[in-house]
Design a protein around this ligand. Structure first.
Ligand SMILES: Cc1cc2nc3c(=O)[nH]c(=O)nc-3n(C[C@H](O)[C@H](O)[C@H](O)COP(=O)(O)O)c2cc1C
Length: 175
């Protein structure tokens, strides 16, 4: 798919077809996302891939508001920032910033890679980190950054607006 089209296709759709994603497609989008840059090339993140229905059903319990659509997706990724890995090289800045950026950039690439395969993803950020860590029994240095259901969209994407570029550019003094 043309890159521009991929960017346009990456839209949040919270309804999924009852259709599994082939294993090789999951592997391919993860490999594509793994092309993401990371601080010191440390790739300070970890992923959990959830396909088990019983476990998927539990995930909405971790969110702050009702987000039951998560359990309807054939696959749910949870992406964790590995604070320890980044801190070991970059100290405070690694722990407080780079690890989270590494995980976030990976997640963003994953959304685009999924879009290129006609899949939709939802970036779910509204959840209780501690509940996720407890349920999956993950080490303390792994900070869950995003829960990302992924599947084939059941409906058209709702229209979303963007601010005008003029509102986003802070100053033109330096043009
Ligand atoms: C950091 C972040 C947190 C988000 N958290 C949630 C969330 O908890 N639940 C949800 O349904 N969507 C969430 N979203 C998705 C946004 O609502 C969505 O990206 C935005 O409305 C723009 O729509 P679009 O993705 O279709 O362009 C989140 C997105 C980001 C980047």
């Amino acid at each position: 798919m043309e890159f521009k089209k991929v960017l346009e296709k990456r839209q949040t759709i919270r309804r999924f077809k009852n259709k599994n994603i082939p294993e090789e497609t999951i592997r391919e989008i993860l490999e594509l996302a793994n092309l993401a840059p990371s601080a010191g090339n440390l790739q300070a993140f970890k992923i959990i891939i959830i396909k088990n229905d019983e476990i998927k059903k539990r995930i909405p319990e971790f969110t702050f508001s009702s987000q039951d659509f998560i359990a309807e997706a054939p696959v749910v990724f949870i992406i964790f920032a590995d604070l320890g890995v980044s801190a070991a090289r970059f100290n405070e800045r690694g722990r407080d910033l780079y690890a989270i950026q590494d995980a976030t950039i990976f997640a963003s690439y994953l959304q685009l890679a999924a879009a290129s395969k006609k899949l939709t993803t939802v970036w779910v950020g509204s959840f209780d980190e501690k509940k996720v860590q407890k349920f999956f029994q993950t080490p303390k240095n792994l900070k869950p950054v995003v829960i990302m259901p992924c599947g084939y969209p059941k409906i058209e994407a709702p229209k979303t607006k963007r601010k005008k570029m003029e509102e986003l550019i802070l100053t033109r003094e330096h043009d």
